[in-house]
Write a protein that binds this ligand. Sequence first.
Ligand code: SF4
Length: 208
Amino acid sequence: MAPHGRPLDELILTVLSQSTNDRNRDVAFLRLRERFASPAQPIDYEAVLAAPVSDVEEAIRPGGISKVKSARIQAILASIAGTARDPDEPLSLEWMRDAPMQESRAYLCALPGVGRKTAACVLLFSYGLPDVPVDTHVSRVGTRLGLLRPGAPFEELHDQMLSLTPPGQELELHVNLLRHGRRTCFARKPACEDCALARMCPSRGLFS
Ligand code: SF4
């Protein structure tokens, strides 16, 4: 999966992904695109920001809790516009491509409702920058494997995960842990008997 170079799309996608599944998230994003983009053009986020919040809410309704998400999307866009680095492109985040990681991460985490996981998604998936999103699957698998401290706050989990990731392997590690959590290391009844990592896992068999 190559970095796609669209940090604002990634940011909005993570808002749409809250409390829903991937399919509903994608439908909501598609609807936003249909409402606020010309054919074959990127979403006009300045139009999203300027629109009545009810228009945004209507567009993203298939993603669930659309009232909350539409307000959050506009709050994020307003915050970005209020700290614009390029007055000609007030909603551009392209400066992150070449900025120091810490600076970009701090900027993203200061946006309304944005935390380390969202920031890591934006940086990793948009530009391939070395950060690892720790979602519920990654934290569960990482904790069971003894890589992460049980009960650690998300900030610490992200720092831990990053410190043990070989440089350049951030995306692969994230995708593999996520896949393992979805396919084998289930939350309630992990399939330890079929797990390729069982030999090295201190938690094997504890949930049967
Ligand atoms: S052995 Fe069980 S608990 Fe450990 S990673 Fe595999 S499925 Fe998860």
